[in-house]
Design a protein around this ligand. Structure first.
Ligand SMILES: C[S@@+](CC[C@H](N)C(=O)[O-])C[C@H]1O[C@@H](n2cnc3c(N)ncnc32)[C@H](O)[C@@H]1O
Length: 162
């Protein structure tokens, strides 16, 4: 496929292989005191860490799976839009837009659905608070409301509604 290099670069950018950003220590990991842990290529590719900067946490294998199943849908001519439920920073959704672009598809919408209200602890203080046993808000399931947003067909950006 002519667009394979574009999709390969997009995947690498979205999971952070370009800048190799450190991961955020899991809230239950008490093996160290710092909030961030060094970048680990294997963990990142397997989607086994929480990137501090990268746009998706699902890793290379799941992006490749998303690529494969999207191709099946498009080749089969299955009708409909694409939607990701639970987008976090939106990297997998951005990848879906890239896939549609690579396949020359212009008549399908990509939807994102998320609470758009929770986030990982990003500062030392927040990380420490989470590790000290206080409820990790990101893991909370409330509020139960979801907000869906349509991504622009012309760009690969993801917008969260206010
Ligand atoms: C594991 S992350 C998703 C990772 C993402 N798919 C990626 O590519 O990196 C889970 C996401 O689900 C969202 N979420 C969890 N519970 C939710 C709820 N009850 N309603 C709406 N969104 C929720 C969180 O805000 C978070 O963005």
């Amino acid at each position: 496929m002519e667009s394979a290099p574009y999709l390969d670069l997009l995947k690498r950018c979205l999971i952070g292989l370009i800048h190799e950003d450190p991961a955020i220590r899991f809230t239950w990991d008490e093996s160290g005191s710092s909030t961030l842990v060094p970048f680990d290529h294997e963990q990142r590719c397997n989607g086994r860490d929480w990137p501090s900067q990268a746009d998706t946490m699902i890793g290379m294998k799941r992006l490749e799976n998303l690529e494969a199943v999207t191709a099946v849908v498009l080749e089969a001519g299955t009708l409909g839009d694409l939607l990701e439920a639970g987008v976090w920073r939106g990297g997998a959704t951005i990848f879906m837009r890239g896939l549609l672009k690579a396949h020359g598809v212009t008549d399908r919408t990509v939807w994102v659905a998320d609470a758009f209200a929770k986030r990982f602890p990003v500062t030392d203080r927040e990380g420490a608070t989470a590790r000290m046993g206080k409820p990790c808000q990101w893991l909370s399931t409330s509020p139960p409301t979801c907000v869906a947003s349509k991504t622009s067909a012309a760009s690969a950006s993801v917008k969260s509604p206010k």
